[in-house]
Design a binder for this molecule. Structure first.
Ligand SMILES: Cc1ncc(COP(=O)(O)O)c(C=O)c1O
Length: 330
């Protein structure tokens, strides 16, 4: 089973790149066993926790996040004899929720859209659970070095090998920062000219996203005045550029990407493809962009890619553009 994690395919975009001088490739990590990039870190975090004795026999694993890590950890955990508890954001897609329940994880609610000290924040709940129960172990993907190390050891070398060392730009979405930091570190060690671009949806609770939008990122004036309020695993020394876009722009593009290339990607992956295409349009014929895709559109067909969900979540414009306006049809 564990051999089905990693060594995922790299495909070249052919349609949306027609006017682009260089090439744009996408690494499809939904091919992993549990359906996302997070299987890589689930296995690595678990392996290291067992090796160092932090996770003991009979312990239950607890994790927060967008659901993918919890799926990866739940699979790795159950193969090693550990059960899982997941603190899921209230709007987690039904597909991911049901996969977690299918894997036997017990799911409790916790928010990610509030301040980190808020009593309903998933991290606060995880900490409380860990303190209250001796046999609960929190994997802490946002600060565990085993998260970026998993990408340093697998994603980075795979991309280097698959592009025969010709990769010039690496583009990946940021949540914990593990993907961009670990993969970027490996690629820049092979070739210090490789540009690493982090992408994020523009959310008010991510001050570094605001910094990116306001062009006050760390290599630009004003960075020093920013309060350090981002996950430990975001390695700013590795990231050359940070780009944020609105949810509306991202979902809009995910539909365009699906209909142009037949590529069905989750929103964070579509965002990274969008950024790569924008940057590559101003690049050179030697450019080899590699975009990291964390998961598949199927995980979002009851949420961001569902017409009713879009209309109920102030995104009727996106629904109109891609499904047609209900008024126009009558
Ligand atoms: C769908 C998706 N995309 C991107 C990311 C970002 O990955 P990382 O946590 O390595 O920054 C995550 C992480 O939760 C994710 O679930």
């Amino acid at each position: 089973m564990l051999d089905l994690i990693g060594n995922t395919p790299l495909v070249r975009l052919n349609v949306l790149t027609a006017e682009i001088p260089g090439s744009v490739f996408v690494k499809l990590d939904h091919y992993n066993l549990g359906g996302s990039a997070k299987d890589r870190i689930g296995v690595n975090i678990l392996r290291e926790a067992l090796a160092t004795g932090r996770l003991r026999s009979g312990d239950r694993i607890i994790e927060t996040g967008q659901g993918n890590t919890s799926i990866g950890l739940a699979i790795a955990g159950l193969l090693a004899g550990h059960s899982s508890r997941v603190i899921a954001k209230p709007d987690l897609s039904r597909q991911k929720l049901n996969l977690l329940r299918m894997l036997g994880a017990d799911v409790i609610p916790g928010r990610l859209d509030v301040d980190k000290t808020h009593p309903e924040h998933a991290w606060v709940i995880a900490e409380q659970q860990e303190q209250a129960h001796e046999n609960i172990w929190w994997a802490r993907q946002q600060s565990s070095p085993d998260n970026p190390d998993a990408h340093y050891a697998s994603t980075g070398p795979e991309i280097w090998y698959q592009t025969a060392g010709r990769v010039t730009h690496f583009v990946a979405a940021i949540a914990t920062g593990g993907t961009v930091s670990g993969t970027g570190r490996f690629l820049q060690e092979q070739n210090s000219d490789v540009q690493v671009i982090g992408t994020t949806v523009d959310l008010p609770q991510k001050p570094w996203a605001d910094a990116a939008l306001n062009k006050t990122f760390h290599r630009l004036p004003g960075y020093e005045t920013l309060e350090r309020d981002w996950p430990d695993n975001i390695d700013l020394d590795v990231i050359d550029q940070l780009e944020a876009r609105t949810k509306e722009e991202i979902i809009d593009f995910a539909f365009d990407l699906a209909r142009a290339e037949g590529l069905l990607l989750g929103p964070s992956s579509a965002l990274s493809v969008k950024i790569a295409l924008e940057l590559a349009a101003h690049g050179s014929p030697e450019d080899v962009f590699v975009v990291f895709s964390a998961d598949h559109a199927r995980d979002y067909t009851s949420a961001e890619y569902d017409e009713a969900w879009l209309r109920a979540n102030d995104l009727a414009g996106v629904a109109d553009r891609h499904f047609g306006s209900p008024v126009a049809e009558t």
